[in-house]
Design a protein around this ligand. Structure first.
Ligand SMILES: [Fe+2]
Ligand SMILES: [Fe+2]
Length: 172
C-alpha cells in the first residue's frame, strides 16, 4: 500500500505547518517502540491512515486524518524513563499530545478526536467518535506492534516525504 506522487504532495501539504515547528521535530529525540522514533512512528501512522482513508469507498475527511494522525503522539518525553508525571503513560499521553497540539496549532474537532481517542480501548470511555478516529486508532495498533517486533513497515516511498521541502498546490 503506497501513495501516488500527487497523494504524497497533498499529504505533505496537509502536515506542512507541523513540519515548520521545532517542537514537532523534537519527537525525533524519543524512541516510541523498538528503534523507531516517535517522529517516524507518527509519520508512518499518518501515511498509512491517509492511504487507507483515500482508498475506502466512502466519504472521509482525509486531510484531518493526516493531520490528527501526525500529531497523535506529540507528547514529547521518553515514556521508557520512569517519571511520576507519566506513570500511567498509556492512559495519559493522548491528553498530553492534544494539549501540545492545541498549544501550537488550530485543530478541528475531528483532529482533536483522533488524537484524544487513539488509545482506545485502553481508555475505555474515550472511544473514537468517527470512522476517521477509528481508522487511526487501528493503524496505530498495527504500526506499534510491528515496530515493537522490529517488523519493517516503512513505506518504500517514505523518503519521498522528506524530499518535498515546500508546499505545492496539487489537488486530485
Ligand atoms: Fe499513543
Ligand atoms: Fe502511536
Amino acid at each position: 500500500m503506497r501513495l501516488s506522487e500527487n497523494e504524497i504532495i497533498n499529504f505533505k501539504n496537509h502536515v506542512y505547518e507541523f513540519l515548520q515547528l521545532e517542537q514537532v521535530h523534537d519527537m525525533k529525540k524519543y524512541i516510541q517502540h523498538g528503534k523507531t522514533t516517535t517522529f517516524t512512528h507518527c509519520m508512518v501512522v499518518a501515511y498509512y491512515s491517509y492511504c487507507i482513508t483515500l482508498r475506502l469507498p466512502m466519504a472521509l475527511d482525509t486531510k484531518s486524518v493526516a493531520r490528527g494522525a501526525f500529531l497523535h503522539d506529540f507528547y514529547l518525553y521518553d515514556w521508557h524513563i520512569p517519571d511520576k508525571s507519566h506513570k500511567l503513560h498509556g492512559f495519559v499521553h493522548p491528553g498530553f499530545a492534544l494539549k501540545n497540539a492545541k498549544k501550537y496549532f488550530m485543530l478541528n474537532s475531528l483532529e482533536e478526536d483522533i488524537i484524544e481517542k487513539h488509545m482506545w480501548p485502553l481508555t475505555i470511555y474515550k472511544y473514537p467518535k468517527s470512522k476517521e478516529s477509528l481508522i487511526v486508532c487501528l493503524v496505530d495498533k498495527f504500526c506499534s506492534l510491528a515496530e515493537t517486533l522490529y517488523i519493517p513497515i516503512l513505506p518504500k516511498d517514505f523518503k519521498r516525504l522528506n524530499q518535498l521541502s515546500s508546499p505545492t498546490k496539487i489537488t486530485n
